[in-house]
Design a protein around this ligand. Sequence first.
Ligand SMILES: O=C(O)CCC(=O)C(=O)O
Ligand SMILES: [Fe+2]
Length: 359
Amino acid sequence: MPSELSDAFKSMPANLYKKQLDLNSIQELPDSHAWASLGEHPCVDSLIAESVPVIDLSDPNALTLVGDACKSWGVFQVINHGIPISLLEAIEDASRNLFALPAEQKLKATRPPDGFSGFGQPRIAPFFAKQMWYEGFTVLGSPLELVSKLWPEEYCTKFCEVTEEYDKQMKQLANKLLWLLLGSLGINKEDVEWAGPEGQLEGAHAALQLNSYPACPQPDKAMGLAEHTDSSLLTILYQGSTSGLQVVLEGSGWITVPPLPGALVVNIGDLLHILSNAAFPSVLHRAMVNNSKQRISVAYFYGPPATIPVAPIPKLVDSSHPPVYRSVTWSEFLATKAKHFNKALSLVRMPVPETDSSE
Ligand SMILES: O=C(O)CCC(=O)C(=O)O
Ligand SMILES: [Fe+2]
């Protein structure tokens, strides 16, 4: 099993750049990008009154509100989160500049088939018959080596300064959110072995994913990012001011997470679903496109140290709540997901105990 996060895809190489078209120059939706069945899974915004909770982190009731949102939705938006708007705007600008580079220039920094960082289609692309109206740039660790293939030193330094500051501030927020989320389940710093004595989660890993969805000539037939759950503990998403993110509301269907000025979307990932012994659902989500403007989003995937076994927290396990999952490291889970995609969680699920038929 891979020991480093960056090695997670070594056993499942996928060429995610080879056939990439320059989406900015296409006037008509090619068949390769036309998703026939989208109409079967429409967005139900106009049919339901509910919406993804918006939580003010400075609210004295934040713990309860966050706990309720995580249990029923697996996703919420946060305001008063402490990340300056100027930093959110700076990372959006930096992403726009990156994606505006000419296609042949981007080829110099494509994601290697078995690697993590660089330009490319999403890792989930091989599991879908059609291609997504999407381009991504993933950063694990410092992006300096990669971006120095794209820009002169002065531009690289600026880009790296923004991503490093973003990473630093997101890490603090992710830490705070994780303890708040776990706190809502009655979990303290002593209950998580890898948290460290002060709960500082020193070894926590994170990856930054810059997403671009160019304006699309036929948005009702195209898919930005197909439905998936994230493999993280939690993901913090900045979606700027352009709508596109949708989540599944169980029993109702897809609903939009509307962009709110300065707000961040927080969603539960597969590993927190496991850690919480399935108390928090890992929310299914997707991104749609529009025909008037490019949409940029920035996802910060926050997870545990790469090789620490993640399992349901013992305090959440008892005879009436047996462990739903076996333990798995983030690296192992990423490798499993790369191979089996939406079956990965079921592959780490504990077998359901057989019931005694004589009773
Ligand atoms: O662009 C979005 O709204 C969603 C992005 C996302 O789900 C991801 O990067 O995993
Ligand atoms: Fe996602």
